[in-house]
Design a protein around this ligand. Structure first.
Ligand SMILES: Cc1ncc(COP(=O)(O)O)c(C=O)c1O
Length: 470
């Protein structure tokens, strides 16, 4: 290894050039690359004794695995909520690997990358129109952001009951209320020892995924001092529904709760003046989750937990490294390692900073509004075929549809989605909404354009014909 490693150091420019060539090849061909791969036949090589060198490793990768790489950052990958990668974000991400900083302390001694993280938080607050009473920290994804926000919420509940949950553990059940929480919030509650089953399901408004606030009030504790947590949604994953934050917040007059908002991708409604009203009141939340590998179009993995500065102490109690003098005194100096689950942290702010500086507020307005317009176009052409109907209106960027009742006997929806996905022109994922199976297309990629809607509808129609006329 020693010799190979030293040889590679001499070959560094060639190794990086060749990785860049491969990256460019992928990106330049992304429109044509399939969106799915069927049963990849991969023969994995074992661990080499002497090592192949960087160039050799890339050669083997290209032969063995590259054919299985799909265009998940391409314009027609509409499954889950999958963003693309802007050119500037890719550059920032590559450089974060090159610089390989461990983003923790902001004291300016040693690694100063956390200063750029703090600055990026300010840019993001500006992008979303959020006030300066929030601080922010990068985590790997919305799941960890939900975990982090709910961890501080848990600590707050303990504080209200006059004990330190992070230190002493849970002494009693914590009440949590939610309407249509994302599965990751339930996972977070499980990880936090609160228990995913502790969530009280709040009845939803008719035909919606948003909480019925009057029904919520009926469920709340009779004792006005009893602390509890509300998890609200800014963009549900099926139909992109938003809870009414102002109505929920009006309950603060009579109840004692922490409001956590999962705005993983719904936060980007703030970038469009025509849609920002969906978020009205969110600035009064205690904690907010936002994902960046979705609509900000930066590479995985990147998200932020925003928390109100006044909760900084609770956040530190939740995540501090006590009894580790070599990490500094958490009471005396701000360090991200005492504010988030991870101690060592990638320089995750860099790709976000690059893309924000490169495209600015206006660039993101255009990107977000383009996704919304295309989602509406897609819905219109899907309905026009006559074979489908919308399961919910297009509120933002997601089209949730199912086979029209006139065709349910003849078109098997699972088979249909299988045919569409197998063709590899467009990728969508199944869901269940209102007790019925549906198909979802979530558009959050800057590369998607009207031509892609055309390609997708041809693929959908051809899958229908394959089923109707086998
Ligand atoms: C509303 C919402 N919250 C949380 C998540 C989890 O995000 P991640 O996979 O980045 O952890 C998602 C993912 O789609 C989501 O849509």
């Amino acid at each position: 290894m020693g010799t190979q490693l030293h040889e590679d150091l001499r070959q560094l420019p060639q190794i990086l050039q060749s990785a860049m060539q491969l990256g460019l090849q992928y990106l330049e061909g992304i429109d044509q690359r399939p969106t799915s791969v069927q049963h990849p036949n991969i023969v994995w090589p074992g661990l080499p004794l002497d090592g192949l060198g960087g160039a050799g490793a890339q050669q083997v990768f290209e032969k063995v695995f590259l054919p299985a790489i799909v265009a998940s950052s391409g314009p027609r990958y509409w499954g889950f909520v999958t963003g693309g990668t802007t050119p500037a974000a890719i550059a920032g991400d590559w450089l974060s690997a090159v610089f390989d900083q461990n983003t923790q302390s902001t004291t300016g001694t040693g690694d100063a990358s956390a200063l750029l993280e703090l600055q990026t938080v300010q840019l993001l607050l500006d992008l979303f129109g959020l006030p300066g009473h929030f601080m922010g920290a990068f985590v790997t994804g919305a799941t960890m952001a939900n975990f982090s926000g709910l961890a501080v919420a848990r600590q707050w509940v303990g504080q209200q009951l006059q004990y330190d949950i992070a230190r002493d553990g849970l002494r009693k059940d914590i009440k949590v209320f939610a309407g249509s929480p994302h599965s990751s919030s339930l996972k977070a509650l499980a990880m936090l020892g609160i228990g995913s089953k502790q969530v009280v399901s709040v009845p939803l408004l008719h035909g919606r995924e948003a909480m019925d606030t009057a029904a919520l009030q009926q469920l709340l504790p009779a004792d006005p001092s009893e602390p509890f947590i509300i998890i609200a949604s800014a963009g549900t994953v099926n139909t992109v529904d938003f809870d009414d934050f102002e109505a929920i917040l009006s309950l603060r007059k009579s109840y004692n709760f922490w409001l956590h908002i999962d705005a993983a991708f719904g936060a980007f409604a703030a970038c469009s003046p025509a849609h920002s009203r969906l978020l009205q009141g969110w600035e009064h939340a205690d904690s907010i989750t936002v994902d960046f590998h979705k609509w900000l179009n930066v590479p995985y993995d990147s998200a932020m937990i925003f928390t109100r500065k006044e909760h900084g102490r609770l956040q530190m109690q939740s995540f501090q490294n006590s009894s580790a003098p070599y990490l500094g005194n958490p009471e005396e100096q701000f360090s991200y390692l005492n504010f988030v689950p991870e101690n060592s942290r990638r320089f995750r702010a860099l790709p976000v900073w690059f893309t924000l500086m490169a495209y600015g507020k206006e660039g993101y307005r255009v990107l977000v509004e383009q996704s919304i317009a295309l989602a509406n176009d897609l819905a219109a052409v899907i309905v026009e075929t006559g074979y489908f109907h919308m399961a919910a209106p297009v509120r933002l960027n997601t089209v949730c549809f199912s086979v029209h009742p006139d065709y349910t006997e003849r078109i098997n929806q699972d088979k249909l989605l299988q045919y569409i996905n197998e063709e590899g022109k467009v990728f969508m994922t199944p869901t269940n909404y209102g007790g019925k199976p549906c198909i979802r297309a979530a558009l959050v990629n800057f590369r998607t354009n009207p031509e892609d809607i055309g390609i997708a509808i041809i693929s959908i129609k051809s899958a229908v014909q394959k089923i109707l006329h086998p």
